[in-house]
Design a binder for this molecule. Structure first.
Ligand code: CO8
Length: 261
């Protein structure tokens, strides 16, 4: 099986509360082979155990977030090898990250690269970014959420259009479709994402984690069950010290200091 050299996924901590996870396989435009996927999963698993952590920024290079699954790698394997890879388990490590994940996308986010970005909670896009599900152009189809997460995000007709044509769309088009949270000038991408991460790091951590859980699980549940889940999560927050702190700080006209307790 293919394996990557170490450090195709770089991890930095601009502060104790914020991690930047950076895809770094520039010679193939951050194409995702099995090695880099394993590394990414290991990094996210380590982050899930980091009690200090409050926000993750997932990013790539200036000109490419990720150009999809590695076509050279995929060209060599058959269906049974593909099955045994169980790459869904590797993606799950990203999807299950308890703290907010911001995908900071510059350049191409294609195929498996866009599917990876869709595992984040917010997608902030540089104006020059390009999005697409071009798998059909190499004889296959999306296989890690492109037909499902994308459809839930932008609706059937636009998802069909992107998956069936393989056409790329601009950041502004992606924004209009509801695929990205915000578009910023290229030079502003990381400063903006760091500011956003800093802001999130200042919010009550258990509340953010509950919002994430309820939004994600609720999206797949009948409305009544989802609304009940929301109420239970809110009721749980009434047991937190951060709820006391947030309301006390408001009434005392000062900034709250949240501890995640
Ligand atoms: N896989 C492997 N190598 C790649 C990939 C890729 N996806 N993308 C680029 N590269 C390589 C090129 O082969 C080239 O290598 P070399 O230098 O040896 O010739 C190098 O990166 C540079 O590429 P370009 O010269 O093409 O660079 P440009 O800046 O001109 O173009 C693009 C960048 C637009 C990103 C272009 O490379 C491109 O279109 N790439 C392919 C995009 C694509 O089709 N992606 C979908 C892949 S299929 C997929 O994601 C399936 C997911 C299924 C789910 C899997 C779950 C496990």
């Amino acid at each position: 099986e293919a394996s990557s050299a170490d450090n195709e996924v770089l991890l930095e901590f601009p502060s104790a509360h914020i991690a930047i996870v950076r895809l770094n396989r520039p010679h193939v435009r951050n194409a995702l082979d099995l090695g880099i996927r394993k590394e990414l999963a290991a990094v996210f698993r380590s982050l899930a155990d980091n009690a200090e952590l409050r926000c993750v920024i997932l990013t790539g290079g200036d000109k490419f977030f990720a150009a999809g699954a590695d076509i050279e790698d995929m060209s060599r394997i058959d269906a049974v090898q593909m099955y045994h890879r169980h790459t869904e388990r590797l993606w799950a490590a990203v999807a299950e990250c308890p703290v907010p994940v911001i995908a900071a996308v510059a350049g191409y986010a294609l195929g498996g690269g866009l599917e990876l970005a869709m595992n984040a909670d917010m997608i902030v896009s540089a104006r020059s970014a390009r999005f697409g599900q071009p798998e059909v152009r190499v004889g296959i189809m999306p296989g890690a959420g492109g037909t499902q997460r994308l459809t839930r995000a932008i609706g059937k007709f636009r998802a069909m259009y992107l998956c069936m044509t393989g056409y790329l769309i601009s950041a502004d088009e992606a924004y209009d479709m509801g695929l990205v949270s915000k578009v910023v000038d290229d030079a502003e991408l990381m400063p903006h994402c760091l500011e956003l991460a800093q802001h999130l790091a200042g919010q009550p951590p258990i509340a953010l984690q509950q919002i994430k859980e309820v939004v994600l699980h609720g999206a797949d549940a009948p409305l009544g069950a989802a609304l009940a889940l929301e109420r239970k999560a809110l009721q749980l927050l009434f047991a937190t010290q951060d709820k006391q702190e947030g309301m006390k700080a408001f009434l005392e006209k000062r900034k709250p200091d949240y501890k995640g307790l």
